[in-house]
Design a protein around this ligand. Structure first.
Ligand SMILES: Cc1cc2nc3c(=O)[nH]c(=O)nc-3n(C[C@H](O)[C@H](O)[C@H](O)COP(=O)(O)OP(=O)(O)OC[C@H]3O[C@@H](n4cnc5c(N)ncnc54)[C@H](O)[C@@H]3O)c2cc1C
Length: 363
């Protein structure tokens, strides 16, 4: 049976970011995915736009701002050929949003210029999702077309499908949660579709209003533009291709008049969101064992997180929602610092806050 220091399950941007960070510490890593390559889940469907979150100060906005600064620099430094930092114009959807945007100007975390359309942020970028994931993992051992169906813990090792042994396992499986059978991990899928089009219209930079429209790249005598994305709670709604295409084209037309459109590629996938929209990072809690030891948790009694029973060396990075390419490199750094050097993870993103919240709902 092959033996690893780390096995990562899921080769989207979360798994690839963790693999990349870990590779600074060990080469004995295996990255597994049931698909035939990296970035064939949500990560392949993504735009993948990196743009600031506007609003009054709050912990989620702080996280997005910190991550955006970190990830933009990280991609520019390590994977410069896969990031286009061309700026993004954020256009308010309506008069109410216009007013809100104006009230946010004192709290903008990035430099901006006001123009006729809206607010132009120089930091706005778009990345090549496949290129980034592939480059991040070029020195990592991979096992594709391989679905993880069982995990067992024996003699201080995790055994994957009775075939691989590892000291540590990291689950980065996106919206698919079969391996995460814990009541407090309620990960919800938000399905979305995106299209690539050829058009005779040149687009100077990225736009975001009710959807995003990318800066164009020249393709023969036309321009290639990416338009994303739709949002659906039910899978059946994203499967109505025609309706999704119409919705995207109609929303894009509210941003810029694109002439002679031909849809050339279509993608869809599911974003994975937690109940409070913050990501989920850290070492998993054994919910049942912890409740058995501290039954009064259900009544709201406080117990220090360090006393919870954990699944030893079983980690998660998930719940990155619609901002996986913004959040993942930063979160992977935090997770790896925790795994290697026990650096505490920001409370807002740990599994602990979900456990504490959900345990009180148990009758
Ligand atoms: C249409 C659309 C547009 C988007 N646009 C943007 C954007 O502009 N900017 C941005 O930052 N984000 C965007 N997002 C969000 C972003 O794509 C996600 O946040 C991110 O891709 C999630 O990455 P992940 O690694 O968690 O999941 P995924 O990319 O879904 O990867 C999970 C992987 O786990 C594998 N897996 C699951 N279970 C198993 C198992 N048991 N065994 C083996 N393998 C398994 C799956 O096959 C999959 O490859 C968009 C998403 C969608 C759908």
């Amino acid at each position: 049976m092959s033996n690893y220091d780390y096995i990562i399950v899921g080769a989207g941007i979360c798994g690839c970011s963790v693999a990349y960070e870990l590779s600074n510490h060990t080469k004995n890593i295996l990255l597994i995915d049931k698909n035939s390559d990296v970035a064939l889940g949500a990560s392949g469907a993504a735009g993948a736009f990196l743009s600031p979150l506007l609003g009054k100060p709050n912990p989620f906005k702080d996280l997005v701002t910190t991550s955006l600064k970190y990830s933009t620099q990280f991609y520019q430094k390590q994977f410069s050929s896969y990031i286009t930092t061309c700026g993004t114009t954020r256009i308010p959807k309506n008069a109410i949003e216009q007013e809100k945007f104006e009230s946010y100007t004192d709290y903008m975390d990035f430099g901006f210029e006001k123009d006729n359309d809206g607010y132009f942020f120089k930091i706005g970028s778009v990345v090549d999702s496949y290129g980034i994931c592939k480059s991040m993992t070029e020195n990592i051992q991979t096992n594709f077309n391989y679905e993880v169906k069982s995990l067992e813990y024996k003699d201080n090792l995790w055994i994957v499908n009775r075939e691989f042994k590892t000291k540590n396992i990291i689950l980065t499986t996106g919206y698919e949660t079969k391996l995460l059978d814990q009541f407090y991990l309620n990960i919800r899928a938000v399905w979305g579709r995106r299209i690539d089009i050829l058009t005779s219209t040149q687009v100077p930079y990225n736009y975001h209003k009710e959807c995003s429209v990318s800066k164009s790249t020249k393709k023969d005598d036309k321009f290639l533009v990416s338009i994303g994305a739709t949002h659906h709670r039910e899978k059946k709604d994203v499967e109505d291709i025609e309706h999704n295409h119409q919705e995207l084209l109609q929303k894009a037309s509210g941003i810029i008049q694109l002439e002679n459109i031909e849809i050339v590629k279509d993608y869809y996938g599911a974003r994975a969101s937690s109940v409070d929209y913050f990501p989920i990072v850290g070492e998993l809690i054994d919910g049942e064992a912890t409740i058995e030891e501290f039954p009064y948790l259900k009544n709201g009694t406080n117990v220090e997180s360090k006393r919870f029973t954990r699944f030893q060396n079983l980690f998660i990075l998930n719940g990155v929602g619609g901002r996986g390419f913004v959040l993942s490199p930063y979160l992977a750094k935090q997770l790896v610092s925790y795994m290697i050097d026990s650096v505490p993870i920001d409370e807002n993103i740990t599994v602990d806050r979900l456990f504490k919240r959900e345990v009180r709902k148990i009758k």
